[in-house]
Design a protein around this ligand. Structure first.
Ligand code: BGC
Length: 455
């Protein structure tokens, strides 16, 4: 016994001093492991629950990654983004351009994701896989503004997109996800956010929206496409039996309404409200309740003209059009996104809700990989899917998009994390997985090798 203790004492210092490998965790609430990284990597703050050893080459993602936890600001902060544009842009019209907002525009590539991909590729030794991995940096994804600390990045992005639009002569789209509701992710744990309803969450959220608006205002020449609050309204359709969701209902509606009204005033932000996916709101019993919620929210918000439609399958794995139904979809005639969209569309007409859609296919390349349709966390064996395009062949679908930046994690598999969700520990969930939103190297490599169409 004593010798065992002595042996333990002998190895303990080495253990405590051990440095984290590239991509491993190196800090966060409750973390007791290594807090420094091997040479070539730096321990970088991601969120209060997670710091990660990112390769030094480029910090693993953007230049604005804070090294300290962001504090919630109680008032608008001074924008760090540019505040003026050199040549006067044509002013935005308060009436949206008719038709598909993607038409005639180029989607600007976010440098944050490109940096994540470059850092990841640098750690892939197989030359063919590395080249394929690098090509992902050229595929546009959305940027998730999942904390208020990230909002100033938007001004920088827009300034660059504006400059590119002028130099290339092709107007640019910057794609963003508005994602910071108080009591966020009310039916799950993995993506719980920084604001809580009990602690001034609604005011904090309004401030978050005001800051987004302030960043966008100087750049009327850039078109912004925004997905509004993944999962929030869908949770209000099916998860009001979860106390956190029923408690959040009024606040979610007030916050989403505020978001779409304020962004609508800008005149260059085209919005798609998140509408879950075929395996969620696409069940026949959920379709009408979902449509009723979208219709009433839209009407009560004053039918904002820049709400263009709905976003489906965000961060999920469903096919747009499945060759044959995945067996797990049994019992739902809407077994893919196209069936879901076609079933939902007629139900939206009563309020004049615009029946246009964008569909995430970023991780939908491989089908029939889930044990249950409800499995959403880092599903094993997923591959990158159909490339973003506005040439969808379906009138109702404005664009196929990549909304979830592939390689960013859905949620941690660490059961002792405050944000552990059991879905991330299921046998069809890839493990070990870091915290939501942080880089998951092994998952990224699989997305690359299993991409369909191939990269
Ligand atoms: C996470 C966010 C992250 C987003 C995109 C979500 O699941 O909660 O933090 O930004 O995915 O990766």
């Amino acid at each position: 016994m004593l010798s065992a203790v002595l042996a333990l004492a002998a190895i303990l210092p080495a253990f405590v001093n051990a440095q984290g490998a590239v991509w491993s965790q190196c800090g966060g609430t409750g973390w007791t492991g290594a807090t420094t990284c091997v040479s070539g990597a730096t321990c970088t703050f991601s969120n209060p629950f997670y710091s990660q050893c990112l390769p030094n080459s480029n910090g693993g993602g953007g230049t604005t990654t804070p090294t300290n936890p962001p504090t919630t600001s109680s008032g608008p902060t001074t924008s760090t983004g540019p505040t003026s544009v050199s040549s006067a842009p044509s002013g935005p019209s308060q009436t949206p351009a008719a038709g598909n907002p993607y038409a005639g525009h180029n989607i600007w590539l976010t440098p944050f994701y490109a940096a994540e991909v470059a850092a990841a590729a640098a750690n892939i030794s197989d030359a063919t896989t590395k080249a394929k991995a690098l090509s992902v940096a050229k595929i546009p994804t959305f940027t998730w503004f999942d904390t208020i600390a990230k909002v100033p990045d938007l001004g920088t992005y827009l300034a660059n997109a504006s400059a590119l639009g002028k130099s290339s002569g092709t107007p640019q789209i910057v794609q963003i996800i508005v994602y910071d509701l108080p009591d966020r992710d009310c039916a799950a744990a993995a993506s719980n956010g920084e604001f809580s309803i009990a602690n001034g969450g609604q005011a904090n959220y309004f401030n978050y929206i005001d800051q987004l608006v302030a960043q966008i205002k100087p750049f009327p020449d850039v078109r912004v496409v925004a997905i509004i609050e993944p999962d929030s309204l869908a949770n209000l359709v099916t998860n009001l039996s979860v106390q956190k969701c029923s408690n959040a209902q009024t606040t979610y509606l007030a916050c989403v309404t505020y978001a779409i009204q304020q962004l609508n005033k800008l005149g260059n932000v085209y919005m798609y409200l998140d509408a879950g996916h075929a395996g969620w709101l696409g069940w026949p019993a959920n379709l009408q309740p979902a449509a009723t919620l979208f219709n009433s929210l839209f009407k009560n918000a004053g039918s904002p003209s820049f709400v263009r439609g709905l976003a489906t399958n965000v961060a999920n794995y469903n096919a747009l059009s499945a060759a044959t139904p995945d067996p797990i979809t049994q019992g739902n005639s809407n077994y893919d996104e196209i069936h879901y969209i076609n079933a939902l569309t007629p139900l939206l007409s009563s309020s004049g809700f615009p029946p246009h859609f964008i569909v995430d296919q970023g991780r939908s390349g491989v089908q029939n990989i889930r044990q249950q349709w409800g499995d959403w966390c880092n599903v094993k064996g997923a591959g990158f899917g159909t490339r973003p395009t506005s040439n969808t062949g379906v009138t109702a679908i404005d664009a196929i998009v990549w909304a979830k930046p592939g390689g960013e994690c859905d949620g941690t598999s660490n059961t002792s994390s405050a944000r552990f969700d059991f879905h991330c520990g299921l046998s069809d969930a890839d493990q070990p997985a870091p915290e939501a939103g942080t880089w998951f190297q092994e998952y990224f490599t699989t997305l690359v090798t299993k991409a369909n169409p191939a990269l």
